[in-house]
Write a protein that binds this ligand. Structure first.
Ligand SMILES: [Zn+2]
Length: 129
């Protein structure tokens, strides 16, 4: 448990509280509001994977097959997955991640004619839930 500053009135409030005791601002709802999980399901790809914020042109994190990344988003974000190495091989197209649309996504390897392709899709369930 940690104390955070209420975004509405500025008073210290537990991050576990359902609402601010001073002004009733919904703390718990807000905290989980923007959390998005993305499961990395790329068993053939041995390289680590860069997760890039396309608009800011910044790396968000480095991940790899089997991991679940968590992003806390205040607004939709466009991300691109790229292999770390392998000439920065793009893993699928840039994709918009919007916590209002779905909170669970998966980067998935799909067998192709010559080499595997990569898609990001919404999923209902992530093992770590
Ligand atoms: Zn408050």
């Amino acid at each position: 448990m940690a104390l955070i500053s209420c975004p509405e009135c500025g008073r210290d409030v537990s991050d576990q509280a359902a609402a601010c005791p001073n002004c009733a601002y919904p703390i718990e709802a807000r905290k989980s509001d923007g959390e998005v999980k993305i499961r990395i399901n790329t068993p053939i790809l041995l390289a680590k994977i860069r997760v890039i914020d396309v608009k800011k042109n910044e790396d968000i994190c480095l991940t790899r097959n089997g991991e679940v990344i968590r992003l806390n988003l205040k607004e939709p974000i466009t991300i691109q997955f790229k292999a770390n190495g392998w000439g920065g091989l793009k893993l699928g197209e840039p994709v918009v991640i919007d916590p209002k649309v779905s909170k669970k996504y998966e980067l998935k390897e799909v067998p192709g004619a010559f080499m595997q392709r990569y898609v990001v899709r919404e999923v209902d369930f992530i093992d770590s839930d």
